[in-house]
Design a protein around this ligand. Structure first.
Ligand SMILES: *Cc1c(COP(=O)(O)O)cnc(C)c1O
Length: 294
Protein backbone atom coordinates (compact mmCIF):
# COMPACT_ATOMS: atom_id res chain seq x y z
CA UNK A 1 0.00 0.00 0.00
CA UNK A 2 1.41 3.38 -1.02
CA UNK A 3 0.56 6.42 1.06
CA UNK A 4 0.81 9.91 -0.39
CA UNK A 5 1.30 12.44 2.38
CA UNK A 6 -0.04 15.93 1.63
CA UNK A 7 2.03 18.35 3.68
CA UNK A 8 0.57 21.52 5.18
CA UNK A 9 2.20 24.13 7.40
CA UNK A 10 1.76 23.57 11.14
CA UNK A 11 -1.22 25.67 12.18
CA UNK A 12 -2.96 25.41 8.81
CA UNK A 13 -5.98 23.21 8.14
CA UNK A 14 -6.37 20.35 5.69
CA UNK A 15 -5.36 21.74 2.25
CA UNK A 16 -8.68 20.97 0.60
CA UNK A 17 -7.83 22.55 -2.79
CA UNK A 18 -4.70 20.42 -3.04
CA UNK A 19 -6.80 17.35 -2.23
CA UNK A 20 -9.19 18.25 -5.02
CA UNK A 21 -6.32 18.64 -7.51
CA UNK A 22 -4.83 15.28 -6.57
CA UNK A 23 -8.22 13.55 -6.75
CA UNK A 24 -9.04 15.13 -10.10
CA UNK A 25 -5.66 14.02 -11.49
CA UNK A 26 -6.32 10.43 -10.37
CA UNK A 27 -8.48 9.51 -13.38
CA UNK A 28 -8.25 5.76 -12.86
CA UNK A 29 -9.19 6.01 -9.16
CA UNK A 30 -6.05 4.40 -7.80
CA UNK A 31 -6.59 6.30 -4.57
CA UNK A 32 -8.72 4.12 -2.34
CA UNK A 33 -9.10 6.33 0.68
CA UNK A 34 -8.60 9.92 1.82
CA UNK A 35 -7.53 10.21 5.45
CA UNK A 36 -8.01 13.42 7.39
CA UNK A 37 -7.91 14.55 10.99
CA UNK A 38 -10.94 16.59 12.01
CA UNK A 39 -9.27 18.27 14.97
CA UNK A 40 -5.49 18.31 14.94
CA UNK A 41 -4.53 18.04 18.58
CA UNK A 42 -0.86 19.08 18.37
CA UNK A 43 -1.70 22.46 16.84
CA UNK A 44 -5.31 23.08 17.96
CA UNK A 45 -6.57 23.22 14.39
CA UNK A 46 -10.00 22.13 13.25
CA UNK A 47 -10.32 21.22 9.59
CA UNK A 48 -13.41 21.42 7.41
CA UNK A 49 -14.54 17.85 6.75
CA UNK A 50 -17.58 18.99 4.75
CA UNK A 51 -15.15 20.73 2.38
CA UNK A 52 -13.11 17.53 1.98
CA UNK A 53 -16.34 15.74 1.06
CA UNK A 54 -17.08 18.50 -1.49
CA UNK A 55 -13.59 18.05 -2.96
CA UNK A 56 -14.22 14.31 -3.39
CA UNK A 57 -17.59 15.01 -5.00
CA UNK A 58 -16.20 17.77 -7.24
CA UNK A 59 -13.61 15.31 -8.51
CA UNK A 60 -16.28 12.64 -8.94
CA UNK A 61 -13.93 10.39 -7.00
CA UNK A 62 -14.95 7.15 -5.33
CA UNK A 63 -12.28 7.09 -2.61
CA UNK A 64 -13.52 6.42 0.90
CA UNK A 65 -13.35 9.27 3.41
CA UNK A 66 -11.67 8.18 6.67
CA UNK A 67 -11.71 10.68 9.53
CA UNK A 68 -9.77 10.78 12.79
CA UNK A 69 -12.26 12.36 15.18
CA UNK A 70 -10.46 11.37 18.37
CA UNK A 71 -10.36 14.89 19.82
CA UNK A 72 -13.60 16.18 18.27
CA UNK A 73 -16.34 13.56 18.42
CA UNK A 74 -18.51 14.13 21.47
CA UNK A 75 -17.20 17.71 21.85
CA UNK A 76 -17.66 19.38 18.48
CA UNK A 77 -20.30 18.97 15.81
CA UNK A 78 -19.50 15.95 13.66
CA UNK A 79 -21.85 14.93 10.82
CA UNK A 80 -21.05 11.38 9.75
CA UNK A 81 -24.06 11.12 7.42
CA UNK A 82 -24.23 14.70 6.15
CA UNK A 83 -20.50 14.75 5.30
CA UNK A 84 -20.73 11.18 3.97
CA UNK A 85 -17.84 10.05 6.15
CA UNK A 86 -17.05 6.38 5.55
CA UNK A 87 -15.03 5.59 8.64
CA UNK A 88 -14.97 7.74 11.76
CA UNK A 89 -12.76 6.83 14.68
CA UNK A 90 -12.60 8.15 18.20
CA UNK A 91 -11.39 6.90 21.57
CA UNK A 92 -12.78 6.54 25.04
CA UNK A 93 -10.26 8.95 26.53
CA UNK A 94 -11.29 12.33 25.11
CA UNK A 95 -14.86 13.52 24.53
CA UNK A 96 -16.23 10.37 26.13
CA UNK A 97 -14.53 11.26 29.41
CA UNK A 98 -13.30 7.73 30.15
CA UNK A 99 -9.93 6.14 30.78
CA UNK A 100 -7.98 5.20 27.68
CA UNK A 101 -8.67 1.77 26.18
CA UNK A 102 -11.57 1.75 23.72
CA UNK A 103 -11.43 2.63 20.04
CA UNK A 104 -14.91 3.60 18.89
CA UNK A 105 -15.30 3.22 15.14
CA UNK A 106 -18.27 3.87 12.88
CA UNK A 107 -18.54 2.55 9.30
CA UNK A 108 -20.70 3.61 6.38
CA UNK A 109 -22.35 0.96 4.19
CA UNK A 110 -19.74 1.66 1.52
CA UNK A 111 -16.97 1.07 4.04
CA UNK A 112 -18.55 -2.24 5.11
CA UNK A 113 -18.74 -3.28 1.44
CA UNK A 114 -15.06 -2.37 1.00
CA UNK A 115 -14.17 -4.42 4.08
CA UNK A 116 -16.01 -7.42 2.61
CA UNK A 117 -14.19 -7.08 -0.73
CA UNK A 118 -10.71 -6.39 0.58
CA UNK A 119 -8.18 -9.19 0.36
CA UNK A 120 -5.75 -7.67 2.81
CA UNK A 121 -4.33 -10.18 5.29
CA UNK A 122 -6.01 -9.99 8.68
CA UNK A 123 -4.01 -11.58 11.42
CA UNK A 124 -4.59 -9.59 14.56
CA UNK A 125 -7.83 -7.70 14.09
CA UNK A 126 -10.83 -8.08 11.80
CA UNK A 127 -13.92 -5.95 12.26
CA UNK A 128 -15.95 -8.71 10.61
CA UNK A 129 -15.38 -10.86 13.72
CA UNK A 130 -16.83 -8.01 15.74
CA UNK A 131 -19.84 -7.55 13.44
CA UNK A 132 -20.66 -11.28 13.52
CA UNK A 133 -20.49 -11.42 17.30
CA UNK A 134 -22.41 -8.16 17.82
CA UNK A 135 -25.23 -9.59 15.71
CA UNK A 136 -25.57 -12.31 18.35
CA UNK A 137 -25.24 -9.92 21.28
CA UNK A 138 -21.71 -11.13 21.94
CA UNK A 139 -18.09 -10.03 21.60
CA UNK A 140 -15.33 -11.92 19.81
CA UNK A 141 -12.73 -11.38 22.54
CA UNK A 142 -12.79 -10.63 26.24
CA UNK A 143 -14.71 -7.36 26.28
CA UNK A 144 -13.45 -4.38 28.26
CA UNK A 145 -16.58 -4.56 30.40
CA UNK A 146 -15.63 -1.71 32.70
CA UNK A 147 -15.01 0.67 29.82
CA UNK A 148 -18.14 -0.43 27.97
CA UNK A 149 -20.23 0.19 31.09
CA UNK A 150 -18.50 3.54 31.43
CA UNK A 151 -19.26 4.35 27.80
CA UNK A 152 -22.94 3.64 28.44
CA UNK A 153 -22.90 6.13 31.32
CA UNK A 154 -20.89 8.79 29.48
CA UNK A 155 -23.11 8.52 26.38
CA UNK A 156 -26.14 8.94 28.67
CA UNK A 157 -24.51 12.00 30.27
CA UNK A 158 -23.88 13.56 26.85
CA UNK A 159 -27.44 12.86 25.70
CA UNK A 160 -28.90 14.18 28.97
CA UNK A 161 -26.99 17.45 28.59
CA UNK A 162 -28.01 17.47 24.92
CA UNK A 163 -25.37 17.40 22.16
CA UNK A 164 -26.15 20.99 21.15
CA UNK A 165 -25.48 22.08 24.73
CA UNK A 166 -22.31 19.97 24.91
CA UNK A 167 -21.01 21.62 21.74
CA UNK A 168 -22.04 25.07 23.00
CA UNK A 169 -20.24 24.45 26.31
CA UNK A 170 -17.04 23.51 24.48
CA UNK A 171 -17.36 26.59 22.24
CA UNK A 172 -17.90 28.84 25.25
CA UNK A 173 -15.02 27.41 27.28
CA UNK A 174 -12.68 27.60 24.26
CA UNK A 175 -13.66 31.22 23.53
CA UNK A 176 -12.84 32.07 27.14
CA UNK A 177 -9.39 30.49 26.77
CA UNK A 178 -8.84 32.51 23.58
CA UNK A 179 -9.89 35.69 25.39
CA UNK A 180 -7.25 34.89 28.02
CA UNK A 181 -4.58 34.25 25.37
CA UNK A 182 -5.38 37.61 23.74
CA UNK A 183 -5.21 39.35 27.13
CA UNK A 184 -1.75 37.85 27.66
CA UNK A 185 -0.71 39.30 24.32
CA UNK A 186 0.07 35.83 23.00
CA UNK A 187 -1.01 34.00 19.87
CA UNK A 188 -2.40 30.62 18.98
CA UNK A 189 -0.69 28.22 16.62
CA UNK A 190 -3.90 27.96 14.58
CA UNK A 191 -3.45 30.38 11.69
CA UNK A 192 -6.93 31.91 11.62
CA UNK A 193 -10.22 31.97 13.58
CA UNK A 194 -12.06 29.55 11.26
CA UNK A 195 -9.47 26.93 12.27
CA UNK A 196 -9.69 27.43 16.03
CA UNK A 197 -10.28 24.20 17.89
CA UNK A 198 -12.95 24.06 20.57
CA UNK A 199 -11.14 21.27 22.44
CA UNK A 200 -7.47 22.28 22.63
CA UNK A 201 -5.57 25.55 22.34
CA UNK A 202 -1.91 25.57 21.33
CA UNK A 203 -0.37 28.80 22.61
CA UNK A 204 2.84 30.19 21.15
CA UNK A 205 5.29 31.38 23.77
CA UNK A 206 7.33 34.55 23.15
CA UNK A 207 10.70 33.90 21.49
CA UNK A 208 13.44 33.27 24.00
CA UNK A 209 11.18 31.20 26.27
CA UNK A 210 11.17 27.43 25.99
CA UNK A 211 7.56 26.31 26.21
CA UNK A 212 8.58 22.93 27.57
CA UNK A 213 10.13 24.63 30.60
CA UNK A 214 6.75 26.22 31.35
CA UNK A 215 5.10 22.81 31.06
CA UNK A 216 7.54 20.99 33.35
CA UNK A 217 7.48 23.90 35.81
CA UNK A 218 3.65 23.86 35.93
CA UNK A 219 3.71 20.11 36.50
CA UNK A 220 6.34 20.20 39.25
CA UNK A 221 5.25 23.31 41.08
CA UNK A 222 1.49 23.43 40.58
CA UNK A 223 0.57 19.84 39.69
CA UNK A 224 -1.06 20.98 36.46
CA UNK A 225 -0.47 19.11 33.21
CA UNK A 226 -0.28 21.21 30.07
CA UNK A 227 0.31 19.57 26.70
CA UNK A 228 3.82 19.47 25.29
CA UNK A 229 4.68 20.63 21.79
CA UNK A 230 5.82 18.18 19.15
CA UNK A 231 7.75 18.15 15.89
CA UNK A 232 8.26 21.45 14.13
CA UNK A 233 6.74 23.49 16.95
CA UNK A 234 8.64 21.69 19.76
CA UNK A 235 9.53 24.14 22.52
CA UNK A 236 7.56 26.92 20.84
CA UNK A 237 4.12 26.34 22.29
CA UNK A 238 2.23 24.78 25.14
CA UNK A 239 -1.24 23.36 24.94
CA UNK A 240 -4.29 23.68 27.13
CA UNK A 241 -6.77 20.86 26.69
CA UNK A 242 -10.38 21.92 27.27
CA UNK A 243 -12.65 19.04 26.52
CA UNK A 244 -14.82 16.51 28.21
CA UNK A 245 -16.03 16.84 31.77
CA UNK A 246 -15.18 20.50 32.17
CA UNK A 247 -16.90 23.65 33.40
CA UNK A 248 -16.06 27.34 32.98
CA UNK A 249 -14.83 27.54 36.57
CA UNK A 250 -12.54 24.52 36.17
CA UNK A 251 -11.12 26.23 33.10
CA UNK A 252 -10.38 29.39 35.10
CA UNK A 253 -8.14 27.40 37.44
CA UNK A 254 -6.15 26.10 34.45
CA UNK A 255 -5.74 29.63 33.13
CA UNK A 256 -4.62 30.82 36.57
CA UNK A 257 -2.02 28.05 36.68
CA UNK A 258 -0.77 28.99 33.20
CA UNK A 259 -0.38 32.60 34.34
CA UNK A 260 1.62 31.61 37.41
CA UNK A 261 3.88 29.27 35.44
CA UNK A 262 4.52 31.86 32.73
CA UNK A 263 5.21 34.58 35.31
CA UNK A 264 7.60 32.25 37.18
CA UNK A 265 9.74 31.69 34.10
CA UNK A 266 9.90 35.43 33.43
CA UNK A 267 7.29 36.00 30.75
CA UNK A 268 5.84 39.46 31.38
CA UNK A 269 2.31 38.31 32.22
CA UNK A 270 0.12 40.34 34.56
CA UNK A 271 -1.38 37.83 36.99
CA UNK A 272 -5.14 37.69 36.62
CA UNK A 273 -5.24 39.36 33.21
CA UNK A 274 -6.19 36.23 31.27
CA UNK A 275 -8.40 34.92 34.06
CA UNK A 276 -10.31 38.21 34.13
CA UNK A 277 -10.78 38.18 30.36
CA UNK A 278 -12.16 34.63 30.54
CA UNK A 279 -14.38 35.56 33.51
CA UNK A 280 -15.81 38.45 31.50
CA UNK A 281 -16.43 36.11 28.61
CA UNK A 282 -18.13 33.45 30.76
CA UNK A 283 -20.25 36.00 32.65
CA UNK A 284 -21.43 37.56 29.40
CA UNK A 285 -22.19 34.16 27.90
CA UNK A 286 -24.30 33.28 30.93
CA UNK A 287 -25.97 36.67 31.29
CA UNK A 288 -29.18 35.49 29.68
CA UNK A 289 -29.34 32.23 31.52
CA UNK A 290 -28.76 33.65 34.99
CA UNK A 291 -30.44 37.04 35.00
CA UNK A 292 -30.70 38.11 38.59
CA UNK A 293 -34.07 39.66 39.43
CA UNK A 294 -33.67 43.33 40.29
C1 LIG B 1 -5.50 11.73 21.17
C2 LIG B 1 -5.52 11.64 19.71
C3 LIG B 1 -5.08 10.49 19.06
C4 LIG B 1 -4.43 9.37 19.79
O1 LIG B 1 -5.28 8.43 20.24
P1 LIG B 1 -4.62 7.10 20.83
O2 LIG B 1 -5.75 6.46 21.57
O3 LIG B 1 -3.48 7.52 21.70
O4 LIG B 1 -4.17 6.33 19.65
C5 LIG B 1 -5.19 10.41 17.69
N1 LIG B 1 -5.68 11.43 16.98
C6 LIG B 1 -6.09 12.57 17.56
C7 LIG B 1 -6.63 13.67 16.71
C8 LIG B 1 -6.01 12.70 18.95
O5 LIG B 1 -6.41 13.83 19.53
Amino acid sequence: MAVEVVEAPWGAGVPVERFEEILKADKSHLIKAVLVTHNETATGVRSDIAAVRRALDAAGHSALLLVDGVSSIGCMDFRMDEWAVDVAVTGSQKGFMLPVGLAIVAFSRRAIAAIEQADLPRTFFDVRDMARSYANGAYPYTPAVGLLNGLKVSAEMLMAEGLENVFARHRRIASGVRAAVAAWGLELCAAEPSLYSETVSAIRTPSGFDANTIISHAAQKYDVAFGVSLGEVAGKLFRIGHLGSLTDVMMLSGLAAAEMAMADVGIPIRLGSGVAAAQDHYRAAHADRYKVAA
